[in-house]
Ligand binder design. Structure first.
Ligand SMILES: [Zn+2]
Length: 295
């Protein structure tokens, strides 16, 4: 079976791997972003291509933050976590003489594509919880992009009308309450001593410090509400929650499942499974590979 290079561009590092959906990843690596600039990102691509030069692969599948305009193929609008990376095609990050096809899609779409490939489902909604909150919809094995390419942005659904200002320019978005950056900003505003600590410390404090506990619990409640709304609109049979913060246990998957089920009708509960992402932080890489396989 053919092999491909999958790349998952994050805000702080790129993950990449060589493999296919049958045999999994034969090689996996990470390169950190040392500086938030286009030049630094291009250097990262060169570094990872150098690392995989002894492998044979037939193409590249790249997952990127930001919304991609399906008409132009370019990142459209504000790209909150990589602000310099907009109004260009992600394929332009590669050297001009790069000989293989470079396919790309939104990172959360690719996470959902990977997860839905290993769990029988008709409609999968994937959610990534990390610096921001992303979403992806897979219908019968294909990414659903909406009219222009901007579907599934659960992170920017409104949790609180006229609430906290979001990086996207709107107010009260889910990710201002439920993402890691959102929780951090709320802790900073309240001058919590834990605001600048790493995520494992914040998670540990959410068991003991009253304010951290309340802030994380509110994030979880907003996420549960958004997922229940998604069930009513899309009637998914699989919801998968992934991303770095879910891997570390910021939110409790059993509680989310239980609470969402309490808030939706029997009709929507009937076929629904709510699971943690099985590929963990490698889902985006595997999604890039599957995107190549299905093209
Ligand atoms: Zn927003």
């Amino acid at each position: 079976m053919k092999q491909y290079l999958g790349i998952d561009m994050g805000a702080s590092s790129f993950k990449y791997g060589i493999g296919n959906s049958r045999d999994g990843l034969l090689h996996f690596g990470t390169v950190r972003i040392h500086e938030k600039s286009l030049e630094a990102v291009r250097q990262n691509i060169l570094a990872l291509l150098e690392d995989v030069k002894d492998f044979h692969f037939e193409g590249v599948g790249l997952g990127t933050p930001g919304t991609i305009d399906r008409k132009t193929g370019k990142i459209f609008g504000v790209n909150p976590n990589l602000k310099f990376f907009t109004d260009m095609s992600p394929a332009e990050l590669f050297p001009k003489d790069f000989p293989l096809p470079v396919l790309y899609d939104n990172d959360a779409n690719l996470m959902a594509l990977a997860e839905s490939s290993y769990e029988p489902c008709r409609l999968c909604f994937g959610v990534t919880v990390g610096s921001g909150i992303g979403g992806g919809i897979i219908v019968d094995g294909k990414i659903f992009h909406g009219a222009g390419g901007f579907a599934a942005e659960i992170g920017h659904t409104i949790a609180v009308l006229d609430g906290i200002a979001c990086n996207c320019g709107m107010q009260g978005c889910l990710e201002t309450y439920a993402s890691v950056d959102g929780i951090r900003r709320r802790l900073q505003k309240a001058q919590s001593p834990f605001a600048d600590m790493d995520l494992p410390t914040i998670i540990a404090q959410s068991k003991s410090d009253a304010f951290v506990k309340k802030t994380v619990a509110e994030g979880e409640t907003h996420l549960i509400q958004a997922l229940a709304n998604i069930c009513n609109i899309l009637n998914p049979d699989l919801i998968v929650l992934g991303g770095g913060a879910m891997d570390l246990g910021l939110y409790d998957i059993d509680k989310i499942r239980e609470e969402v089920f309490l808030r939706i009708s029997l009709a929507h509960r009937k076929e629904l499974k709510i699971e943690l992402a099985r590929f963990g932080n490698r889902a985006g890489v595997m999604g890039g590979i599957i995107l190549c396989e299905r093209s």
